[in-house]
Design a protein around this ligand. Structure first.
Ligand code: IMP
Length: 191
């Protein structure tokens, strides 16, 4: 069976990637399972650059094919921000409140936003390929729902927030799922 290392130890990401890639006969290992303990500084200007930084650092440590992803929220009224600064936008647990307060005076027609995921894949020869996925929606006026994480309670997808969707509903349409579908197509074409 082909082995690929996912540049994370996040159990939710690992499960999602395993579910999508197992039909291709690919065994997905976490960084820890691959015996790799690197944590490079994600100082790229784009999601793709950050994904590539992570993938390259892990590839150099394990010498196996590697997948790394980087995601965030891009808000029209903030010129695409917080973007690559999504995690650093506010202290843990305060991201939604800060975004709502920054957006307090923004009218409905200017509240468009999208989640973006970039994936970097490095094959056994060290060749890097990128793919990505998006999910478009808007920023609500209050926090709604208790599922998910991060900006999910304020990201409106149709008439529900991401935090009001079940994990299955979110995983069917999310930026990460769309990027993983693109990765699936890429790996399928290589086998
Ligand atoms: P990561 O690259 O997947 O770790 O995501 C970076 C940051 O973007 C997270 O800390 C969250 O603030 C935000 N983010 C990424 N994906 C999601 C999502 O699906 N829901 C809510 N917030 C997200």
């Amino acid at each position: 069976m082909n082995k690929i290392v996912l540049a994370t130890n996040n159990a939710n990401k690992l499960r999602e990637v395993r579910e999508i890639l197992s039909p291709l006969g690919i065994e997905v290992l976490s960084q820890k399972e691959a015996g790799c303990n690197v944590n490079p500084e994600e100082n790229g200007a784009t999601f793709a650059e950050n994904a590539a930084i992570k993938a390259r650092a892990v590839f150099e440590a394990v010498s196996l094919p590697v997948i790394a992803d980087d995601s965030g929220l891009c808000v029209d009224a903030l010129d695409g921000g917080p973007g690559v600064y999504s995690a650093r936008f506010a202290p843990e647990g305060e991201h939604c409140d800060k975004l709502l307060s920054v957006m307090a005076d923004v009218p409905a027609e200017k509240r468009g936003a999208k989640f973006v995921t970039a994936i970097a894949y490095i094959d056994e020869n060290g060749t890097l390929t990128h793919c990505s996925g998006e999910c478009c929606g808007s920023i609500g006026y209050e926090k709604r729902g208790t599922n998910g994480f991060g900006y999910d309670p304020v990201f409106m997808y149709g008439d529900k927030s991401f935090a009001e969707l079940s994990a299955e509903e979110k995983n069917a349409v999310s930026h990460r799922a769309n990027a993983l579908k693109a990765l699936y197509a890429l790996l399928q074409s290589e086998m």
